[in-house]
Design a protein around this ligand. Structure first.
Ligand code: ATP
Ligand code: MG
Length: 411
């Protein structure tokens, strides 16, 4: 995916805000490779999920080993913790990442084959306080970005002790209407009936509306966990809806699952999806370590910001543009901008040897806040007129005091 210079300010703004919010919650950044062994995702994400069955970019290397461009971050983070011996560190481990992901999907608004996620994971706590804290992080970030019109949908999909009975109930329900299901869901009936709840086909999702609900089949522990989560969200003042149709597309989830859904950004409206995955670390060869996390799609955040009328900051022009006239002035301009840059001031001068008229046009185009013309006369006197481009006012200042004058305008 190309992110062009004119758009990059928006990305910086979102990334910086995400980093800042994550820091206030005590999360540290983790970075990991762009591709991993295919088996990691088959085991981690689940062999019957759409991601693994249809969406992975898989290739073999020179030694015929199978690798896959990461379709998500969670399995990678878990692999990294296990491999680096971090599973016995002080708990909880609170991590975030900003990564590109790859899925072979039909590109459309809010869905691309390379996309970017802000993701978070917490390891080492089974407490619903952790789920509530993560949701609070997501909620805080959305509001810091100025995104309104989102709603939080939560659900509990149970654990290995209550899931089998629920699975059976689902199987029964869908088996009665097997003929109406799409071909994929027919095969899901045996392999993973929960996935049918996630099917995008209108017929399947219509049938799914009447299906037994996970929340009606929770064991007492899962029920208590879910009730406590709701209490904590209430205590934090975070509004939510219990939505039994939220089951998430990845196999590793247990208990809490949630999505933040944005109005007004089209069909791909889930800006954030996450949940608890207590079984994944041991599934991937680590110890029994409860965990939960979420991921936000950055393009969808941008769409949601636009829909909320957020004024997205643009790239800033330099504070000063110096337009030299003649050879001596060019050298002098170069030395002035160099010394200003050392003081942290964004300053530019002509490096193309353009005419004065063309230079002024350029200074305007790049939105320089101040301009200064530098000729033999100015160099001799050590003084020049600095022009404020906002109101065209001019002030005469000493060339060696430029940094003091401009310091007031930094930021
Ligand atoms: P969807 O319902 O859109 O298919 P998903 O359940 O596959 O999403 P997750 O794997 O949970 O999504 O990824 C978390 C977030 O990443 C999504 O909520 C979405 O914001 C974003 N995302 C997922 N796939 C894409 C994509 N192909 N293009 C852009 N963003 C995406
Ligand atoms: Mg998907």
């Amino acid at each position: 995916m190309d992110i062009l210079p004119e758009d990059v300010a928006t990305w910086h703004y979102i990334e910086n805000t995400a980093r800042r919010v994550a820091k206030t919650f005590g999360f540290n950044e983790i970075r990991f490779p762009t591709f991993e062994s295919t088996e990691l995702f088959q085991r981690g994400v689940g062999g019957t999920t759409d991601v693994v069955q249809k969406e992975m970019y898989t290739f073999t290397d020179r030694e015929n080993r199978s690798f896959t461009l990461r379709p998500e971050g969670t399995a990678c983070v878990v692999r990294s913790l296990i491999e680096n011996g971090k599973c016995s560190d002080t708990m909880p481990i609170k991590l975030y990442y900003l990564i590109n992901c790859f899925r072979y999907e039909k590109p459309q608004a809010g869905r691309s084959r390379e996309f970017f996620q802000f993701g978070t994971e917490v390891f080492g706590s089974a407490s619903p306080l952790t789920d509530a804290t993560l949701i609070s992080l997501g909620h805080t970030l959305l509001s810091e970005l100025g995104i309104k019109n989102t709603s939080l949908h939560i659900n509990s999909i149970g654990c290995p002790s209550c899931r089998p009975a629920y699975r059976d109930a689902l199987k029964h329900y869908f088996a009665d209407r097997k003929d109406e299901l799409c071909e994929t869901c027919k095969s899901r009936l045996d392999t993973n009936p929960l996935r049918i709840l996630d099917c995008k086909s209108p017929i399947c999702s219509g049938i799914a509306k009447g299906a037994p609900k996970t929340v009606e089949h929770l064991c007492p522990d899962c029920q208590n966990h879910f009730d406590a989560l709701k209490r904590y969200l209430d205590a934090e003042g975070i509004p939510y809806t219990v939505n039994p149709s939220i089951v998430r597309g990845l196999d590793y989830y247990t208990r809490t699952v949630f999505e933040f859904i944005a109005d007004g950004i089209g069909a791909q409206s889930t800006v954030c999806g996450g949940g608890r995955y207590d079984g994944l670390v041991s599934e991937l060869g680590g110890p029994k370590l409860p965990a939960c996390g979420f991921a936000m799609g950055i393009t969808r955040l941008i769409l949601a910001m636009e829909a909320s009328g957020v004024v997205i900051p643009k790239n800033e022009g330099p504070l000063l543009y110096i337009a030299p006239l003649g050879d001596a002035a060019r050298a002098k301009a170069l030395s002035i901008v160099t010394s200003l840059r050392k003081k942290g001031i964004a300053a530019e001068c002509d490096i193309v040897e353009r005419s004065l008229k063309a230079q002024m046009k350029y200074a305007d185009k790049i939105s320089a806040k101040f301009t200064l013309m530098l000729g033999d006369n100015e160099i001799e006197r050590g003084m020049a007129n600095i022009k404020n481009m906002a109101d065209s006012s001019q002030t005469e200042i000493a060339l060696d005091a430029l940094d003091e004058y401009l310091a007031d305008y930094i930021g």
